[in-house]
Write a protein that binds this ligand. Sequence first.
Ligand SMILES: NC(=O)c1ccc[n+]([C@@H]2O[C@H](COP(=O)([O-])OP(=O)(O)OC[C@H]3O[C@@H](n4cnc5c(N)ncnc54)[C@H](OP(=O)(O)O)[C@@H]3O)[C@@H](O)[C@H]2O)c1
Length: 270
Amino acid sequence: MTIKGIEVPQVAFGTWQLSGEDCFNGTIYALKAGYRHIDTALAYQNEDVIGKAIKKYGIKREELFITTKIPADIKTYEGAKKAINTSLKNLDTPYLDMCLIHAPWPWSDVGGDYSDGNVEVWKALIEAQKEGLIRLIGVSNFHPKDIEYIVNKTNVWPVVNQIRYFVGNTQDEIVNYCKAHDIIIAAYSPLATGELVDNAIIKEVAKKYNTTPANICLSYVYTKGHILLSKSKTESRIIDNINNLFKLADEDMAYLDSLKHIASTRPLRS
Ligand SMILES: NC(=O)c1ccc[n+]([C@@H]2O[C@H](COP(=O)([O-])OP(=O)(O)OC[C@H]3O[C@@H](n4cnc5c(N)ncnc54)[C@H](OP(=O)(O)O)[C@@H]3O)[C@@H](O)[C@H]2O)c1
């Protein structure tokens, strides 16, 4: 897909909870399998390992799209500037393709009001974009009111909102708001962090297509047209998760749309 004239690969390799050898090998497997978008965060403490794996694989920088995030507990302009520079150093790159505010509140205070702090961080992102350090800027886990606040203060819209999104947890209010304002949805935890791969309802749909429940869940997000972030440390799954994607029939999409709360919907520390 293209955002503001910039090519953004729809399928991204997620790296939350990957560290050390799993992260290094996982990134190499992902690049070999054809992923050209990698999603990380300063808070994942794995940017340096990802940077090393990218160098080892030897891909040209411009052929890769890297997303990272400003930690959720950083809510000052200076703190955000420092975080951007740290991510650039960790990833050993002159620029980030996309940088997001990880969440509108620190994970220790989910739902707390940090509106003015978010404006500070947003200003640092706007500045870094002007300086050419970041190509696209966005948010994550933001509700419409959080987005409205930063836009009202800066007049700059985020281009992406990365949210927890999977079959039965489609966050329609946020998605509709984002669609109306040309904000692309990036769907994280499309397998509900693994919870959905053994789900009995999804298994029935998988049978019909002679595929796996995991592939149904990932293909559901793919069919919706959102950015798809899936994580695995297992080479065969990393390969399957990008190569087996397909467009589900309308009737099956409608059925999957009708399912509610088939896995935990709470925001997880990430
Ligand atoms: N912005 C945010 O706040 C936020 C929050 C959460 C996640 N994210 C991003 O979204 C990415 C994906 O979300 P997630 O890490 O929660 O997980 P996920 O992709 O929903 O699920 C990953 C889990 O499913 C397993 N799995 C993967 N492919 C499978 C397959 N084909 N068959 C069976 N099991 C499979 C993995 O196991 P193995 O690894 O053992 O193979 C792992 O346990 C993250 O890595 C991160 O980049 C962002």
